[in-house]
Write a protein that binds this ligand. Structure first.
Ligand SMILES: [Zn+2]
Length: 401
């Protein structure tokens, strides 16, 4: 497959902007070296980014006798980006500067049993109003809003959400949002938002072939190929959580039987605990968060029941990862999501030997498994980064054609 000229330019813009964010203050020459572009191409892209007010010059660096070099950084006075993380119980809104640093955040609670699309759109609009008002800026200072919704998002912006008490099928969410918030809206799910965050700020920075596994109540993967998100034919690539592990096995929330999610999602982990010790004090029935937290604490204390639960979970996850490694041959597999946050370190201990046994040697030796290193909400960060990527893909600086 040949990359088009536009693809190359887009990927190069992403790489330069990422590097300026990560290494500011930084000289053009060091950016060129780090991203592997010529000085001329780098200078060209930097002047585009400067014109788009994403990058600015912040002083000079002496360079042993030669001319001092101008140093680059993301423009703190540049445009703003909004990232929205929608979950079953909350709408989390953050507003970012061009370094993708959070300036202000807002959290709106969602009613656990009442979530028609109009109500959720209303909460999103209200959160956006709160953060722009608090910063004292009009909406047109914001380049766009990235929205992550837990479900499947079609290329036309229609969303289906499969969560307890939500009954969204093909809701025209992007149109509804644009009607309320008249700026560009980028809509996707948390799997892909987290993956973009890993590519720009996390364990996958600078890598090309990447799988980011979200472990929570649901389980899924975000895939990146050549450093860009892989969408598939209908934007549903990465439903690895519903690939089969056990014929006629346990059922997941979506109703499929024996899938990875049924054994590795929070409800699956609770089932392992219930089987190993039905009377365990670690088990808080009907409360996934409390049970997973209790398991995390017990593991740190060396509790033998918790260790058995994590071994059982790690066995299923390890086989699921081996299948993914054989199919996709990624350079890195990153574990993210709230279950990975609490249990990830212990899971990886068990996953590594199992995956090594079930995967073929060649792809296995080319991959590593890591925990998400991002110390803030990777979903809203990734949603805002979708806006940055969309803008960099579409924007044309006035000096360019
Ligand atoms: Zn399933």
């Amino acid at each position: 497959m040949k990359r088009t000229h536009q693809d190359i330019r887009r990927v190069n813009r992403f790489a330069v902007m990422r590097h300026v964010i990560a290494s500011a203050p930084v000289a053009r020459r060091d950016v060129a070296t780090a991203v592997g572009l010529s000085m001329a191409t780098t200078a060209d892209i930097v002047s585009e980014l400067h014109e788009l007010r994403l990058v600015t010059e912040i002083g000079q660096q002496e360079s042993g006798g030669g001319r001092p070099r101008n140093l680059l950084a993301p423009d703190p006075d540049g445009p703003r980006f909004i990232g929205v993380d929608i979950a079953e119980t909350y709408v989390h809104v953050e507003i970012f500067d061009p370094a993708l640093r959070v300036l202000v955040r807002s959290e709106e609670e969602l009613h656990p049993r009442h979530n028609p699309p109009e109500y959720v759109v209303d909460r999103i609009a209200s959160g956006i109003h709160t953060v722009t008002a608090e910063l004292g800026i009009p909406l047109d200072r914001v380049l766009g809003v990235g929205v992550s919704i837990p479900g499947q998002v079609r290329p036309d912006g229609r969303a289906s959400v499969f969560a307890a008490n939500w009954n969204w099928r093909d809701v025209p969410l992007r149109d509804m949002l644009v009607e309320r918030i008249p700026i560009p809206v980028y809509l996707d799910n948390p799997l892909r938002a987290s993956t973009v965050a890993e590519l720009w700020f996390g364990a996958a920075r600078g890598l090309e072939n990447v799988a980011v596994l979200t472990l929570g109540t649901g389980v899924g993967a975000g895939l990146a190929v050549r450093g860009a998100i892989y969408h598939g034919a209908t934007n549903t690539a990465g439903e690895w959580g519903h690939t089969n592990l056990v014929i006629d096995g346990l059922q997941c929330r979506r109703g499929c039987v024996g899938c990875v999610e049924a054994y590795v999602g929070a409800p699956g982990i609770m089932q392992h605990l219930e089987q190993i010790d039905p009377k365990s004090p670690l088990l808080h029935s009907d409360n996934q968060t409390a049970t997973i937290n209790a398991l995390g604490t017990a593991l740190t204390a060396g509790d033998p029941v918790a260790e058995q639960v994590i071994a059982a979970t790690g066995r299923y996850l390890g086989i699921g990862i081996a299948n993914l490694v054989n199919l996709f041959n990624p350079q890195i597999i990153v574990l993210t999501g709230w279950v990975a946050d609490r249990l990830g370190e212990h899971l990886i201990r068990h996953v590594r030997p199992i995956a090594a046994r079930y995967a073929l040697d060649e792809p296995w030796e080319g991959t590593e498994i890591a925990l998400c290193p991002i110390d803030r909400n990777p979903v809203s960060l990734g949603a805002a980064t979708l806006v940055m990527e969309g803008f960099l893909s579409e924007a044309t600086a006035s000096s360019r054609s």
